[in-house]
Design a protein around this ligand. Structure first.
Ligand code: ADP
Length: 488
């Protein structure tokens, strides 16, 4: 099967969150299962051409693409996804992508991803490569299913090309003014109240993807049900209900060649479920790094996250005084909304022995926190899949999570299972999105931490879990087959 995989970010080239992890690892696994995969991402300014050995594709040369009535000159650079033979195509248009961030609030944000989507199609045309599936991811690629079925349906190359649209986060929808219709050359008849591209008076890229893709999925089973209800459907639950029969949930896998304490290239001491001794050495190094005292009996709780309300920083703030009174240390890595960045800077300043904060993005440190912390906190309001809790399981870093989306699908509460006589729990979890519920879960984790035998059992339960991509990639191939069937 031939798969064109389009996403706005991919590891190791450009990353802001979990989408990049998925785009950098699922294609490799699909290749192992016999698919021919070509990945497409924009050529952002921050992508290091030399380091990643990008080269110009002379066969394609210059592609003129018209956006907002202006013809832009677009080129394609290529590379190979490390550890595979997967070809990565970088859609290069300096006017749109030579900016200092992957996502911007610039007035032409819509145009940037219209150009990317058209660039994917135009590249496929010049390659004369007809994919069985264009696998689209999130709103940035939401117009692709429409383009295949409408703008470019004159091209027989795509007659048998089906589309799968994966929703990684329904909270980010790519909604813009009606100027998108002109900018992207979308037929005006498609825009009317509750019409296929319209959402509350705006053009919604996410809704367009949902309406026009042959098959839809989200990145965990639970989230695929949650977004059908108003509470987490973010206004799109109605349209999703209409496509309920075509909506699936596939849990993201983990690339254990990158996230494994046995081999992790960023951590000083390797360890495994057979020998955990390296973990505590990493903890010592991590605390030293933040000038914090090391105390074996005091648990260290890690957080690595975008600092936005979705990730539960609202309830963390609510409970902060009580949380800081607990006998625990905290290491927080992240960036995002000012109010949360400010809050964590302040507590680190006020309680330097107890709290370490790094505001910003730091891949190496994220690995060291996974390896050195005893527990990992993810109190998300909603979580489509979540990756850090899955990394945490492998690193023996016991997750404390809210029971939502992928967090609920991957972390099983120790105390709850014990009440059924089962010693199979892998973490601690809570239901209600309140500071109190979060606090009591952390307290339960701290109580269990005091019992070394119990704690080790919880750690090992998580470490032996296997969330590698193989199983999920097989499920994606099933969806590709379904999408092909739908396309007819
Ligand atoms: P989301 O995609 O919603 O941000 P996920 O849990 O799916 O959440 O994925 C987040 C990914 O981004 C993880 O790989 C995590 O380690 C990484 N990450 C998030 N914030 C940072 C940061 N400040 N520094 C380094 N890595 C980060």
């Amino acid at each position: 099967m031939k798969i064109a995989f389009a996403a706005a970010e991919a590891v190791p080239y450009a990353k802001t969150g979990g989408l990049a992890d998925v785009a950098g690892s699922l294609p490799k696994e699909l290749e192992k299962l016999g698919c021919e995969v070509k990945v497409f991402i924009p050529k952002y300014f921050l992508i290091d051409e030399e380091k990643h050995k990008l080269h110009y594709n002379w066969d394609i040369g210059e592609m003129p693409i018209r956006i907002n009535g202006i013809t832009r000159s677009v080129h394609v650079l290529q590379s190979i996804l490390p550890g595979s033979n997967v070809e990565v195509n970088f859609i290069d248009c300096p006017h749109y992508f030579h900016r200092h961030r992957i996502y911007t609030n610039d007035v032409d944000e819509d145009e940037r991803f219209i150009l990317f989507s058209k660039g994917v199609i135009e590249t496929l045309q010049r390659m004369k490569w007809a994919p069985d599936i264009i696998h689209c991811n999130d709103w940035q690629t939401g117009l692709l299913p429409l383009f295949v079925k409408d703008n470019y349906n004159w091209d027989r190359l795509f007659d048998e090309t089906a589309t799968l649209f994966t929703i990684h986060n329904i909270g980010y929808q790519g909604r813009f003014s009606t100027s998108v219709l002109f900018n992207a050359e979308i037929r005006e008849e498609l825009f009317y109240p509750n019409g296929p591209v319209e959402h509350n008076g705006t053009v919604s890229f996410m809704k367009t993807g949902i309406v026009f893709a042959d098959i839809l999925n989200t990145v965990s089973n639970k989230y695929s049900h949650e977004i059908l209800k108003p509470d987490l459907g973010a206004g799109l639950d109605g349209i999703l209900m209409e496509r309920k029969e075509d909506l699936y949930g596939i849990l993201n896998g983990v690339d254990y060649s990158i996230w494994n304490p046995k081999t992790d290239e960023y951590i000083p001491y390797h360890y495994s479920s057979e020998d955990l001794s390296g973990k505590i050495k990493n903890k010592r190094i991590l605390l030293e790094h933040f000038n914090m005292p090391f105390e074996v009996t005091v648990p260290l709780i890690g957080i690595v996250s975008r600092m936005v309300a979705q990730k539960g920083f609202d309830i963390f703030s609510e409970a902060i005084n009580n949380l800081m009174n607990l006998n625990a240390q905290w290491l927080i890595l992240g960036s995002g909304e000012d109010q949360y960045e400010q809050l964590f800077r302040e507590i680190a300043h006020k309680l330097p022995q107890k709290v370490g904060t790094y505001i910003g993005y730091n891949n190496e440190l994220s690995h060291l926190i996974e390896a050195g912390a005893d527990m990992f906190l993810m109190p998300s309001r909603y979580e489509p899949c979540g990756l850090n809790q899955i990394y945490s399981l492998k690193y023996g870093t016991v997750p404390i999570v809210k029971k939502t989306g992928g967090l609920a699908d991957t972390v099983h509460d120790w105390d709850e299972l014990i009440s059924f006589g089962l010693e199979t729990g892998t973490g601690f979890s809570f239901n209600h999105h309140t500071g109190y519920a979060l606090l009591t879960s952390v307290q339960r984790a701290l109580n269990n931490f005091k019992n070394k035998t119990v704690w080790k059992k919880i750690q090992l339960n998580g470490m032996v879990k296997d969330y590698s991509w193989k199983h999920s990639a097989e499920q994606y191939i099933e969806l590709y087959r379904l999408a092909k069937k739908k396309r007819g």
